[in-house]
Design a protein around this ligand. Structure first.
Ligand code: LLP
Length: 452
């Protein structure tokens, strides 16, 4: 495994992150445990901002909080002078609870409810990224009732679809997100928005995919958006102030992954805007981006304790950990691949091929198929790297497994950011009081779990 950011191997041969020995962290906080290298998150934020500053273009960098949304991250994003994307009232609530400035919040989602829009209007958020006609009408009505003007971008689909290492220019009409340009829907949305006195149209937004290594996708999307905006200028006399090209910048999950640097992504984007807008004599818009994975992904490591080990002679050795698809759904959902080391014996040579199984009652709950590790023992600590994005964010309670704790480490200090869920948390929203009371009869439950 290659080590990111402030991860290193200490004198004891243990994995150390942010100056903290991971075995000490395990001792103090238990496993499974998400460990975030705070300095690396901050560094990623600064890389984007610095890269934009060097281009001289006006810009905004908004962290897509869906990748990992906790109050601590919102605080860091605020301190790093970035904006924040939310996609639900829950994310909005988290940001506001962390004291994040509302005017720097952008609200996405293909199905914002009336209550969510009201909450965002009441909070005076900076911008709504409007996804469909239903939302446009509802937002305009509610903003009028509140006596406010909602600043909006319209999410459009430029007909470019991008995946890791490749991109396609396709119809892309078959998407639940946004207004399609090709069919004329996006044009209609702009002309409708311009009629609404309670909304102020700032420009357009597009997001072409995630974990994108192939920067030509951004070039193609920007060219398409420039052409669309030029038409709007000619026909509707609308000039966009803002062009939001979304997120999707790739990270290094594996040694062989070599994503472009933040600087390289920003250069491609700003060069493309320059090219596509200059040739149409269109005034340069402010460029907004919204990275999620690339801010937090590499900063996160999950620590697990190894439990049962089962060898299927001549076929496979299953090594089970105390977490799995409940804290990292990505392998089961997307066949995502991860790397790992034994955090307590990191310098030892790999000598056996094993597969890492989660503890859920589901054959598909496999975190890693086929990985070379030193001879594995019960009680070893497995560190899976690059779990910072869409790991804790998609964590769940399948099989009633409590969500792990999250700690942030920096300069040898560990800060508990999310405490481990308890069994009591699992039943906290349930009502069968008589049944709960029966737990009092079980002394183990009463003392250890109900705290009575
Ligand atoms: N902006 C919009 C409108 C998005 O839909 C997304 C991600 C982002 C920004 C941030 O993209 P990022 O920079 O993180 O790639 N659960 C999946 C990823 C879903 C991404 C959804 N949209 C995964 O675990 O890979």
């Amino acid at each position: 495994m290659f080590l990111h950011g402030a991860s290193t191997v200490n004198k004891q041969g243990h994995l150390e992150i942010g100056g903290c020995d991971t075995l000490d962290l395990v001792q103090k906080f238990g496993t499974p445990l998400f460990v975030y290298d705070e300095e690396l998150i901050r560094q990623k934020c600064r890389n984007y901002i610095q890269a934009f500053k060097e281009t001289g273009y006006p810009f905004r960098v908004a962290y897509a909080s869906k990748a990992f949304c906790t109050m601590k991250v919102c605080k860091i994003i605020e301190e790093e002078n970035m904006c924040l994307d939310v996609v639900s009232a829950g994310e909005l609530f988290t940001a506001l609870a962390a004291g994040f400035p509302a005017e720097r919040i952008h609200f996405h989602s293909n199905n914002k409810t009336r209550e969510e829009i009201q909450m965002a209007l009441e909070a005076n958020i900076g911008c709504f990224v409007v996804d469909n006609f239903y939302e446009l009408t509802m937002l305009a009505d509610l903003a009028r009732k509140y006596g406010k003007t909602a600043h909006i971008l319209l999410r459009v689909s430029p007909g470019v679809e991008c995946h890791t290492h490749q991109y396609m220019v396709t119809g892309q009409q078959d998407s639940k997100f946004g207004f399609d340009i090709k069919s004329g829907q996006a044009y209609k949305a702009v002309s409708e928005a311009l009629q609404l006195s309670s909304v102020h149209l700032l420009g357009v937004h597009s997001h072409i995919g995630s974990q994108i290594f192939e920067t030509r996708g951004f070039e193609a999307a920007i060219e398409c958006l420039a052409e669309f905006l030029a038409q709007l200028q000619d026909n509707l006399s609308f000039t966009a102030q803002v062009l939001n090209v979304g997120g999707g910048f790739g990270i290094r999950y594996h040694a062989e992954d070599i994503p472009p640097t933040e600087e390289a992504y920003i250069k491609v984007i700003t060069d493309s805007v320059h090219r596509s807008f200059t040739k149409r004599a269109y005034p340069f818009p402010e460029i907004w981006i919204e990275p999620g994975r690339s801010i937090v992904g590499e900063a996160g490591t999950t620590l697990y304790t190894i439990g049962s080990i089962k060898e299927v002679e001549g076929i496979r050795k299953y090594v089970s950990v105390d977490g799995g698809m409940t804290d990292n759904l990505r392998p089961a959902l997307y066949q995502a691949k991860y790397e790992a080391v034994l955090a307590n014996r990191i310098n030892e040579k790999p000598e056996e091929m094993v597969s890492i199984a989660g503890k859920c009652c589901e054959s598909g709950d496999m975190l890693i198929w086929n990985i070379q590790l030193p001879k594995v023992n019960h009680g070893d600590i497995l560190a899976v790297s690059c779990t910072g994005a869409y790991g804790y964010a998609m964590a769940n309670n399948y099989n009633r497994i409590p969500r792990p704790a999250v700690v942030f480490v920096r300069n040898g200090q560990a800060e508990l950011v999310v405490k481990r869920e308890t069994y009591k948390d699992l039943i906290t929203n349930e009502y069968i009081p008589e049944t709960v009371n029966t737990l009092k009869n079980h002394s183990y439950m009463a003392e250890r779990i109900l705290g009575i």
